[in-house]
Design a protein around this ligand. Structure first.
Ligand code: GLN
Length: 212
């Protein structure tokens, strides 16, 4: 992080905005809620929270924010998405809601609710050598998984495919149940299926701020 506190936008049309604001400010960043295109001016980074990605996508379109936001990230604005935020960043959604689109700035395809519904939420300790020395405690709430990783996208953490509902459908061809990526990074864009903003493990936010 540069000596002056960076200004980090938090997509604020829907989702767990407050939790991210709390973490980012506790780590020394200034935050700004992002609701309309003008809010994007002069940002050092942006965080896309968890929530409901189809609602976020629809509201972003209604507010005229989706295209300018995608363009800003494509032009180099560092971005970090958690859960629904990962879905918003993704290039592809395997099972979108009707009319659901995305920003298309991270070359992965995601499967929404890959681990089941709210009752199937789970916690796990993940090895994430790129972001943290110790295992990261991760909570998955109706979380997506990455089912296709594009070129140049680094997988930072995975969970066993057996965790997924209808486990290994996409790996059925070769019979191998590969791990499912749940944390990825491609240059200045990173995303996690889980919610570091609610567990008190701020390694990912720290790594994100360190890169600004
Ligand atoms: N299942 C939600 C979606 O598709 C994401 C859940 C979350 O962000 N906790 O947007």
């Amino acid at each position: 992080m540069s000596p002056a506190a960076p200004t980090v936008g938090v997509f604020a049309l829907q989702g767990d905005v407050r939790e991210h604001v709390h973490v980012l400010e506790a780590l020394g960043a200034r935050t700004r809620p992002i609701r309309r295109p003008a809010d994007l001016a002069g940002l050092d980074g942006i965080v896309l929270p968890g929530g409901e990605s189809s609602v976020m996508d629809r509201l972003a379109r209604i507010m005229g924010l989706r295209d300018p936001l995608a363009e800003a990230i494509r032009d180099g604005l560092p971005a970090y998405g958690t859960c629904a935020g990962m879905i918003l960043l993704a290039a592809g959604i395997e099972n979108p809601a009707p009319d659901q689109g995305s920003l298309g700035v991270l070359d992965v395809t995601v499967r929404r609710n890959a681990f089941g519904s709210q009752v199937d939420s789970f916690e796990a300790d993940l090895e994430v050598p790129a972001a943290a020395a110790d295992p990261v405690h991760a909570v998955f709430i109706r979380a997506p998984a990455v089912v296709r990783v594009g070129e140049g996208v680094e997988v930072l953490a995975s969970v066993p495919a057996a965790r997924a509902v209808g486990a290994s459908t996409s790996e059925a061809d070769d019979g191998a149940a590969a791990d499912l990526p749940v944390a990825v990074r491609a240059g200045h864009v990173s995303a996690t299926s889980f919610h570091p903003e609610v567990t008190g493990d701020w390694s990912f936010h720290r790594a994100f701020l360190a890169g600004l």
